[in-house]
Design a binder for this molecule. Structure first.
Ligand code: NDP
Length: 305
C-alpha cells in the first residue's frame, strides 16, 4: 500500500520555518517581504484562490495586499497599475490572478510585470531563463511538485519520470525541473499513442491533465511515486484528481491525495518565491548603498568604514 504524501503537512512545515525567519529579516533589512495580488472581476473561484494566497502570506508574517479591480478595467489601465508596482521599492512580488477577462491579452499583462517581481514565474524572461538553466523564478506548482517528490526521500537523479500534460504552467516546466534533477523525462499529451506503455515506465509519474480517473492502477509501475496535479469537480460535486486514487494506492509506492497534495505546495512555493524576490531586492539595495557610500566617500576624501 502506498504511503500518502501529505502536501498539507509539508506546506505547513515550510510556512512555519518561513514565519520564524521574519523577525530576523525585519531586523536586518528594516522591512518584511511584500506580496501584491491583483484580481480583475468577481469570478468566485478566483476570489477564493486570491484570498487563500493573501491569507497564507499574512499567516507567515508577510505584508500582503489585495488589489481588486472591476471587470471592465482596460488592459492599458491594468498595465499602468502594474508599472506603478514595478517601480515601488517596497513591493517584492506581484501576482495577477488568471484568467483575465476576455478583452485582455494575458501574455501582455503578465509580461508587463517586472521579471524580478514575477512571483508566479510566468513572465517570458523567467520562462526563457528556466529553459536556459540560468537563474529564474520557477513557477509555483512545478516547484512544489519537486518538493513533494523530494519529501519521499527517493532520489530523482537517474529515474524515469513520466509527465502527463504539456501546459505552460504545469507540464512543460515540471518536465524541465525534473530534467534539471537529472531524471530521464518522458512527456505525454493527447496525441500520445499508447499512454499506458509509457506511464508504466515511470519511477515518477506526474499527472496534470484535468481528467478524472485518466490514470488507472494498471497504468502505474509498482512502487512508483505518483503526483496527481489534476483538480476537477466530478459529477457528484467532489474535488478529484486525475488518478484513480484508491486503486492506484494499492500499486504505487507514494501518492499525493486530491485535495491536500499539490495544492498546498503551490501556495507555499508562492511564498518562497516572494521571499526569494525580497532577498534579491534587499541584497541589491544594500550593495547599492555600499556603492553609493564608496562614491560619496571618495568625493569627500573619506575612507569607507
Ligand atoms: P491544461 O488544460 O492547460 O493542460 C492539460 C494537458 O493535459 C494538455 O497538455 C493536454 O494535452 C493533456 N491531456 C489532457 N487529456 C489528456 C489525455 N487523455 N492523455 C494525455 N494527455 C492529456 O491544464 P493545466 O496544465 O493548467 O492543469 C492540469 C490540471 O491540473 C487541471 O486539473 C488543473 O486544475 C490542475 N492544476 C492544479 C494546480 C494545483 O495547484 N493543484 C495548479 C495548476 C493546475 P494537449 O496539449 O495535447 O491538449
Amino acid at each position: 500500500m502506498a504511503q500518502i504524501i501529505d502536501g498539507k503537512a509539508l506546506a505547513a512545515r515550510i510556512k512555519e520555518k518561513m514565519k520564524t525567519q521574519m523577525p530576523q529579516l525585519k531586523a536586518q533589512y528594516g522591512r518584511l517581504p511584500s506580496l501584491y495580488v491583483i484580481i480583475v472581476g468577481t469570478d468566485p473561484g478566483s476570489q477564493i484562490y486570491v484570498r487563500n494566497k493573501i491569507n497564507a502570506a499574512v499567516s507567515v508574517g508577510m505584508d500582503a495586499r489585495l488589489i481588486e479591480l472591476p471587470e471592465e478595467i482596460s488592459e492599458t489601465d491594468l498595465i499602468s497599475i502594474i508599472h506603478v508596482l514595478n517601480e515601488d521599492p517596497l513591493v517584492d512580488g506581484i501576482l495577477v490572478q488568471l484568467p483575465l477577462p476576455a478583452h485582455m491579452n494575458e501574455e501582455r499583462v503578465v509580461d508587463s510585470i517586472a521579471k524580478d517581481k514575477d512571483v508566479d514565474g510566468f513572465h517570458a524572461l523567467n520562462v526563457g531563463s528556466l529553459w536556459q538553466g540560468t537563474h529564474c523564478i520557477s513557477p509555483c506548482t512545478p516547484k512544489g511538485i519537486i518538493q513533494l517528490i523530494k519529501s519521499t526521500g527517493i532520489p530523482i537523479c537517474g529515474k524515469v519520470a513520466v509527465v502527463v500534460g504539456r501546459s505552460n504552467i504545469v507540464g512543460k516546466p515540471v518536465a524541465k525541473l525534473l530534467l534539471d534533477e537529472n531524471a530521464t523525462v518522458i512527456m505525454t499529451h493527447t496525441f500520445t499513442e499508447d499512454l499506458k506503455s509509457l506511464t508504466l515506465q515511470g519511477d515518477i509519474l506526474v499527472v496534470a491533465a484535468g481528467q478524472e480517473k485518466l490514470i488507472t492502477a494498471d497504468m502505474i509501475k509498482p512502487g512508483a511515486v505518483v503526483i496527481d496535479v489534476g483538480i476537477t469537480r466530478n459529477a457528484s460535486g467532489r474535488l478529484v484528481g486525475d488518478v484513480d486514487f484508491d486503486a492506484a494506492a494499492a500499486v504505487a509506492g507514494y501518492i499525493t491525495p486530491v485535495p491536500g497534495g499539490v495544492g498546498p505546495l503551490t501556495i507555499a512555493m508562492l511564498l518562497k518565491n516572494t521571499m526569494e524576490c525580497f532577498l534579491n531586492h534587499a541584497e541589491a539595495n544594500s550593495s547599492a548603498s555600499k556603492i553609493w557610500a564608496t562614491v560619496i566617500n571618495a568625493r569627500i576624501g573619506r575612507t569607507n568604514e
